[in-house]
Design a protein around this ligand. Sequence first.
Ligand code: ATP
Ligand code: MG
Length: 281
Amino acid sequence: MEGYSEPRQGRIYCFANQKGGVGKTTTAVNLAAYLAAGGYRVLLVDADPQANATSSLGIDKQREPSLYDVLSGDMGAGDAVVQIDRPAFKGRLYLLPSSVDLAGVEVEFAAMQQGEREYRLKQALDPLRPDYDLMLVDCPPSLGLLTLNALSAADAVIIPLQCEYLALEGLMQLTNTVSLVLRGLNRDLYIMGIVMTMYDSRTNLSAQVVQEVRSHFPDEAFGTLVPRSVRLSEAPSYGLTILEYDPNSRGALAYAALAEELVARIGLRSQAGEVNSSAQA
Ligand code: ATP
Ligand code: MG
């Protein structure tokens, strides 16, 4: 495909934190954008019934088919994927959209056998690995079946953490869940990184959270801090990523840097060169 000499490895990373509003979707969407612009073939999987990742990319969340049809077994994942065909992404960004009916999964799957219901997403995404360099799964703010499916499907989890009071407490709850999943559902799962979001350099609290996270999780904490930026919160209402909406804003530069850091951390290689340089070209 497109001059690639090696088969794609299609690594799967999920963005999880049971706490709401910490920047899971913003991080998944904008990283996907910079990675696609930087030369990687990326599938963003919206596993949240709120469908914020779907609408952030300007895709109608009433649209069918969606991940719901895939998880309920009516359709292969590949048939539900849509290409985000905009110049910034050079044909490399794809979305497996969510829809409100995805909320039904938590109830409908509860009746299924344990050990089967947790692997539906894995079964759907594994066959797509050769088609993508990266699959990024945006999780809902809960530790329900959708998040368990994402943790079971993923090679690793990336945890967005808001720089605020009690951030660390939620983090401990999540790392406990990850350890449980590790023992039961997915023995290979690991925490790939912790992204600190909504960083406000004017407050002591932000600095304190950063210091604590870095001392508890020195290997996991990404060096890039995502600043609190109004531009980041405006972009989704236009159905645009920050790369398209305001590529020179502080939030955009942070996500570009984070994409670079991610690529370096997982040792990805691309024929298209660095994320940053080609994103700004
Ligand atoms: P949920 O748990 O509901 O899925 P989430 O963890 O996915 O939420 P987001 O939707 O990414 O969090 O962010 C929550 C809100 O904060 C959104 O309105 C988003 O636009 C805004 N936001 C995210 N990151 C930033 C930032 N760095 N600066 C300012 N606003 C931000
Ligand atoms: Mg979200």
